[in-house]
Design a protein around this ligand. Structure first.
Ligand SMILES: [Zn+2]
Ligand SMILES: [Zn+2]
Length: 458
């Protein structure tokens, strides 16, 4: 068995690993590098393999850092199938279409600027046609646990990773032993999704390490902060803005708000889900209640439920979105992007951020250099659409809404899989070193840190 690390090696994005085993060339994920110009330039580089020679892709989940280069793979000649769970296939197609849309917008902006300089700009990484051709390659499996024969010697089994809806840890059963790829592992007690499964015993384990050096705050603290923000802002007549990712976090936020409403603890207000992508993703969620945890299934068996209850409004069109700030105040506004780097949240921030009665509740990680990070770090003013806006609103940050396993969960998982070879992927440098020494100390297992472009033979 030969494994080449083609992404998410000493970094968290661009997940992509090539496994050469049992006569097959299998790609585990094909994600985008994200975060800054330097990293996203890596997306344009040639793949360190010939896409025409890849037999198939096994996709762990729909996040773009795992699926976002699939249209490029197809554009460059890949003609095999992409296997994943059914929700992953549906959500990935939405995410990829949105990604193509952004790539095309950015490319036409670059082209306009380049034209003025008398130059030509780079074309988009891929366009909607590439996404459609890529969508044709998806062959979803019917359920977790099903053994999918890839040829007469190699098979794959998808296990519930509990990270986002449809996410999987992928087990490869091969003549050279069992390889387990964690994909992204979920947190425990997350709303909607199940806890990460107990892993099968494996010879080789590739495990994500995003929070390998950290312990999360409890979900109770998070819910308490969440309530405090709502109870402070809404009765005072302010708007509470919640910047969120369209996938998973938006649905979890609706879930928590619904629980407050159901317990009659939600002050009188309307809740706007103001993101077309979050709305379409929520509709996919609603079609797959079988993938929810027990509490989620019980809750969604009835109407009203977290995606359909009285004060909740889906605002699809731009006009509907604009209408929100023209109407009465004292509402909850959920919009993307999660780090305030674009999307409809920018308009809401411009309208509300200066207002002392308003509030902004951050429910996700804010990367360095983003508008979200500047607000969280206490900037007095921020620039939005070229206008200097005073930060008068109250700011909350909750950290418990993580959809990634923390160190104790990762250590448990490694212990249960008890691999002969352990490789750490999907983590930043400092985290990887700290995590590797912790694994050595606690489990007496030697962990290798994957290097970009490196091939290991087992
Ligand atoms: Zn993920
Ligand atoms: Zn990831």
């Amino acid at each position: 068995m030969k494994i080449t690390f083609c992404g998410a090696a000493e970094t968290v994005t661009g997940s992509c690993h090539l496994v050469h085993v049992g006569g097959l060339r299998i790609l585990l994920d094909c994600g985008l590098f994200q975060g800054g110009r330097e990293r996203s330039d890596l997306n344009r580089e040639p793949f360190p393999f010939d896409p025409r020679e890849i037999d198939l892709v096994l996709l762990s989940h729909a996040h773009l850092d795992h699926a976002g280069r699939l249209p490029l793979l197809v554009q460059r000649g890949f003609s095999g199938h992409i296997h994943c769970t059914q929700p992953t296939a549906e959500i990935a197609k939405l995410m990829l279409a949105d990604s193509a849309h952004l790539q095309m917008e950015e490319a036409s902006y670059r082209a306009r600027k380049a034209k003025r300089r008398g130059e030509t700009a780079e074309p988009p990484l891929y366009d909607m046609d590439d996404v459609l051709r890529c969508a044709d390659r998806f062959r979803p499996i019917s359920a977790y646990g099903e053994e999918l024969a890839l040829n007469d010697r190699v098979s794959a089994v998808f296990h519930d990773a509990g990270h986002i809806l449809g996410s999987a840890a992928i087990e490869l059963r091969t003549p050279d032993g069992n390889l387990l790829f964690s994909g992204d592992l979920g947190n425990r007690h997350q709303p909607i999704v199940r806890d990460p499964c107990r892993p099968p015993k494996s010879d080789v384990l590739l495990i994500e390490s995003t929070y390998g050096d950290r312990c999360h705050r409890s979900m109770e603290d998070t819910v308490a902060e969440f309530r405090e923000a709502i109870e402070t802002v809404i009765p005072a007549g302010g708007n509470l803005l919640i910047p969120t990712f369209a996938l998973e976090r938006a649905q979890e936020v609706l879930y928590e708000i619904f629980l407050l409403w159901k317990a009659r603890d939600l002050p009188r207000c309307r809740i706007f889900l103001d993101s077309p992508l979050a709305i379409s993703t929520t509709r996919v969620f609603a079609r797959y209640p079988d993938y929810f945890d027990v509490e989620g299934q019980a809750l969604f068996a009835n109407s009203p439920n977290p995606f359909d209850f009285m004060p909740l409004r889906y605002s699809q069109t731009t006009d509907e979105s604009k209408e929100i700030n023209r109407s009465s105040r004292g509402n909850i506004l959920i919009a993307g992007s999660g780090m305030c780097t674009g999307g409809r949240i920018l308009h809401h921030l411009r309208h509300n951020l200066w207002h002392k009665d308003s509030g902004v509740l951050f429910v996700g990680y804010q990367a360095v250099g983003t508008l979200g990070r500047r607000i969280v770090e206490g900037a007095d003013t921020v620039r939005i659409f070229g206008e200097e806006i005073r930060v008068g609103a109250k700011i909350w940050t909750t950290n418990g809404f993580s959809s990634h396993a923390d160190q104790p969960i990762l250590l448990d998982w490694i212990g249960q899989a008890s691999p002969k070879h352990l490789v750490l992927v999907h983590g930043e440098d400092d985290t990887l070193d700290a995590f590797a020494s912790r694994i050595r100390a606690d489990l007496s297992i030697d962990a290798n840190v994957a290097k970009l472009g490196e091939t290991i033979e087992l």
